[in-house]
Design a protein around this ligand. Structure first.
Ligand code: 4AD
Ligand code: MG
Length: 480
């Protein structure tokens, strides 16, 4: 007999059929009721055991955490809380879990803090909370690919090891095979990277954008969805050293078309999750409500999780220029009352997350797209506006998250780009191939990067980015 999964069984129409299912024991009550879960759904299937029919020694091995196979008859449930249950005929133990040892882990059925769960990231996925988060994460990834496929994008794989610093921020992880204790030196006594594996300095990519631009200039509409790495020492609830980024890049798109796409894309994938992850979202919504009960009223969310997701899916994002945003911030209450850690005094200031969150959560109360930022605070590749001081950049800011998307229309004019590169002291030789793209059939083009974990944070209502990626990498932490 083919084994079923719990999700199928719980929605089975045909009762009285013989079924078998594999999973992990959540609890075993009164030597009679096994709550079994296999990860296919947040819900457990109840397996009812007539203990007189079973060997006592076998039943002793049915303990929380053990992997077992249950065979029996699917029947209408006698108890409350579930429509069907399995009347068990046979139990096979795949792997035991010693109760004494289980007690010391997060598998023990009681409340564990998210911090404790992080320390056992290999087991936390067996909890209801992490099962729900990771199923939503998986659904979102699928929705992303589906969206781009339906919109005629080509999926392209950017390299992980690169020789360029796409963001020009210098926050990169070096990739080298040189002997760290005795590296080869050049005549100036400096490390000689010509001797290194690639014959040059290389690093883990911070963004696949530059390579995506090359592909967009041939395939038209492309996207990458892969891991990116940043050695920024930001120990916050929004930063990871290794995170996944979705980066679409489109030939013949200007900034307005780019913003339209980003907004439609986000709404579409959130709608997908609303339509396909209802039970997990309900669970996560309740988790969030319980968590917020311990917080002062002012810190609680105004909307419950599902309502918030629907709100974002159904309402237009507010589009505001950087200049307008600065005016709003300058005249805002927290600025006048000196409540911002970084007061906004003049045009040109970089926006901190306190400013972004003020705009989104207090002022506009909806997602906001800020555009036309000062050139000085943005990357070298963004298209210069006619005013000579702003660039065609856009950031999308989300409630509770801050920046979720960063994008721009790219500088397609060779002379302007070259000048920018020179001003920033970047060696033209390093970008020779990128500059080439402006020589051979250059065209208006745009793209953006969506931080996948920030999207998962938003969709799950979780508060810390470490809890929405399976095995988080952050400063001083790369276990598992
Ligand atoms: O704004 P960023 O740095 O933009 C780029 O990398 C562009 N090259 C993207 C493009 O135009 N193709 O990063 C894009 C997004 C941010 O808005 C944020 O959501 C996420 O990536 N992000 C991070 N997420 C988690 N941890 C970090 N350390 C992140 N840094 C950026
Ligand atoms: Mg950014």
């Amino acid at each position: 007999m083919q084994s079923s999964n719990v999700k199928e069984l719980l929605s089975a129409k045909q009762l009285l059929q013989e079924v078998s299912v594999n999973g992990w024991v959540k609890t075993f009550r009164s030597n009679r009721f096994i709550a079994l879960n296999d990860g296919s759904t947040i819900n457990n299937i109840q397996c009812v055991v007539d203990f007189e029919q079973f060997d006592e020694n076998l039943l002793k091995k049915v303990t929380t955490g053990a992997a077992i196979k249950v065979s029996g008859t699917l029947v209408e449930s006698q108890g409350k809380g579930q429509a069907v249950e399995i009347q068990v005929n046979e139990i096979t133990i795949h792997g035991e879990a010693d109760p004494e040892e289980v007690k010391l882990t997060i598998l023990s059925p009681k409340r564990h803090s998210l911090e404790t769960l992080r320390e056992q990231a290999h087991l936390r996925i067996r909890t209801n909370t992490f099962g729900a988060i990771m199923r939503v994460r998986s659904a979102l990834s699928f929705a992303i690919h589906q969206y781009f496929r339906q919109n005629e994008f080509q999926y392209f794989h950017a390299p992980i090891i690169t020789g360029s610093d796409a963001e020009g921020a210098g926050e990169m992880f070096r990739v080298t095979t040189l002997d760290e204790k005795k590296p080869p030196l050049d005549e100036n006594g400096e490390v000689d990277y010509k001797e290194d594996f690639f014959g040059k300095e290389t690093n883990l990519t911070v963004s696949g954008q530059l390579e995506a631009e090359a592909y967009a200039m041939a395939l038209g509409k492309v996207y990458t969805f892969g891991p990116t790495f940043r050695a920024e020492n930001s120990n916050t609830s929004r930063h990871l050293a290794e995170f996944w980024m979705i980066e679409p890049e489109m030939a013949f798109y200007d900034l307005d078309a780019n913003m339209d796409l980003a907004e439609d894309f986000i709404k579409n994938v959130i709608t997908y999750v609303l339509d396909n992850c209802e039970e997990d979202l309900k669970f996560l919504e309740k988790r969030l409500l319980d968590e917020e009960k311990t917080k002062p009223q002012a810190e609680r969310s105004e909307m419950a999780l599902i309502e918030k997701l629907k709100f974002v899916a159904d309402n237009n994002f507010k589009r505001v220029s950087y200049t307008e945003a600065i005016d709003i911030l300058r005249n805002s209450k927290p600025n006048k009352k000196k409540k911002f850690k970084y007061p906004i005094n003049e045009w040109g200031a970089d926006l901190q997350s306190e400013h972004e969150r003020f705009l989104v959560e207090k002022h506009f109360k909806c997602p906001v797209i800020l555009f036309d930022y000062p050139a000085k605070i943005k990357a070298f590749y963004m298209r210069l506006n006619d005013d000579g001081k702003t660039v065609r950049a856009m950031d999308i800011l989300f409630p509770g998250i801050g920046e979720i998307v960063g994008g721009s229309q790219r500088e397609e004019r060779l002379d302007v780009l070259k000048q920018k590169v020179a001003e920033l002291g970047i060696d033209e030789k390093e970008l020779w191939w990128y500059l080439d793209l402006r020589k051979f059939g250059t065209a208006t083009h745009s793209g953006f990067g969506l931080g996948f974990e920030r999207l998962v944070l938003f969709a799950t209502g979780m508060g810390n980015i470490r809890d929405v990626i399976p095995f988080p990498r952050t400063p001083q932490s790369a276990d598992f």
